[in-house]
Design a protein around this ligand. Structure first.
Ligand code: ATP
Length: 440
């Protein structure tokens, strides 16, 4: 399977099975907007919830916020975004299409050659008006990152939570960027989600904390089941780093369309808190309750794209493999998403062997009982072999088949997605059986 084929297959699977749809499709779509369907929203929520649990709920040194998408424009003045959040824009003199200067698609060069205008800096902040009057004073911006709210709310979080440095604030939410060249499916869109941490530290600790967070990010990638062989840690040279950063590592993934940024880790010094202190006139310092020393904390920022996580997870776990069919001695190709169980949209599928009420009534009851604990699919159409394959395609770890023997032996067959092995399990032991399997 070539890399182009793989991407096309993933896109088709996502559309057909309800992971990701082209946005506004009945009106011809809207440039690179995508909607998450019934399975996509489950997968995406599972990623976000696992992240929140790991980085906020399981830690004593982290708290979360959920700030407004639209903030006072002075925030973006102080952070430097209104001035510096720009990308170089070039225009083709022949077809007048516009591109980000470092992202000109090779097909374009073939079609038009390379006669481009000089690059001009294009600001990527997405503008709108707040309130009924559309004049300059009503101009506001959708946040281009979730990070700034964690600086702006720093003192309120500190005072209400009584955390001590080192501690972190986390936020998950939408961000908007007027990208010049969106593309590569959900990789680069104008509306996307981020999971970010601002970890507040003493300046003297920055190297130690930077290494620590890099390790935490690796462990998260392992949790997603991503092979670190396909991850590239790219140290960003001084001239190429954002002006506020003293060290940045981009964490790239080997996507089918090339090695591209998945996450980033930056040491932002105390640039942001300093700027907000200056611009707002409010004190942004921290006073240590033990030593009484007062300082503006420095910050390590691990940043994770939600949509890029989901895409990397799909690329990593999409497999095609020869598998036996129901007919003795025959095989065909099965498509299977070998998702980590915690991420799977459905944990279990309940499949009655026949549509007859004799089986469907107790099978539906079984599905209802299991839904108290997990997301459960119920499917009684087509042959059992085809139904197994449909569940493989969407990554359901366990299929539970209720057959005619179940009526007498009060047991069901549980099939494992990865090994395709089947086991007979007593219905009264099923919940415990699945619980143990799903934890692993
Ligand atoms: P790129 O170089 O790809 O434009 P960036 O370096 O500008 O990305 P950051 O500002 O570091 O990205 O944003 C943090 C994270 O947010 C990225 O690592 C990525 O996962 C995600 N992200 C950024 N821009 C987009 C986008 N347009 N669409 C989807 N995810 C994005």
């Amino acid at each position: 399977m070539s890399k182009d084929d793989k991407m096309e297959k993933i896109i088709n699977l996502c559309k057909n099975r309800g992971f990701v749809f082209p946005g506004s499709e009945i009106y011809g779509g809207l440039a690179n907007s995508w909607d998450y369907g019934p399975l996509g929203v489950e997968l995406k929520n599972n990623i976000k919830q696992a992240w929140w649990k790991r980085f906020v709920q399981e830690r004593a040194d982290m708290v979360g916020i959920d700030a407004a998408l639209i903030m006072n424009p002075k925030v973006w003045e102080a952070s430097g975004h209104l001035k510096n959040f720009t990308d170089p824009l070039v225009e083709c003199k022949k077809c007048h299409e516009r591109f980000r200067a470092d992202q000109i698609p090779p097909e374009h060069a073939k079609k038009c050659g390379c006669d481009l205008t000089e690059a001009r800096m294009f600001n990527m902040m997405l503008k709108t008006f707040l309130g009924p009057v559309e004049d300059e004073s009503a101009v506001v911006y959708f946040r281009p990152e979730t990070a700034q709210a964690m600086f702006v709310d720093f003192k309120q979080v500190l005072n209400s939570s009584r955390k001590r440095v080192p501690f972190g604030i986390a936020q998950v939410g939408k961000a908007f960027r007027n990208e010049i060249t969106p593309g590569n499916y959900i990789f680069r869109t104008r509306e996307f989600e981020q999971m970010e941490i601002e970890y507040f530290i003493r300046e003297s600790d920055w190297e130690k904390q930077f290494d620590y967070w890099l390790e935490q990010m690796k462990q998260w990638l392992e949790f997603l089941g991503i092979d670190l062989q396909r991850i590239h840690f790219r140290e960003i040279a001084e001239g190429e780093r954002a002006h506020y950063s003293r060290r940045t590592i981009d964490i790239d993934y080997d996507f089918p369309f090339g090695i591209k940024e998945l996450y980033g880790l930056a040491y932002r010094t105390n640039f942001d808190l300093n700027n907000h202190q200056e611009a707002s006139g409010q004190d942004m310092s921290y006073t240590d309750p033990v030593s009484n020393d007062k300082f503006i904390p420095h910050v390590i920022e691990p940043t994770f794209g939600v949509d890029r996580s989901l895409l990397a997870v799909l690329c990593e776990h999409y497999h095609e493999e020869e598998a036996p069919t129901a007919k003795e001695g025959e095989t065909d190709v099965r498509v299977v998403l070998k998702l980590p169980k915690e991420l799977a949209p459905y944990k279990v599928a309940v499949l009655p062997l026949s549509k007859k009420e004799e089986l469907s009534i107790p099978a539906e009851k079984l599905a209802r009982d299991l839904r108290k604990f997990w997301s459960v699919d119920y499917d009684e159409t087509q042959s059992i072999g085809k139904r197994y394959r449909r569940q493989d395609e969407i990554g359901t770890p366990y299929c539970v088949t209720y057959d005619f023997d179940s009526l007498s032996d009060q047991a069901v067959t549980v099939r494992d997605r990865d090994t395709m092995k089947q086991e007979r399990v007593k219905i009264e032991e099923l919940e415990q059986y699945l619980r143990e399997k799903l934890i692993k």
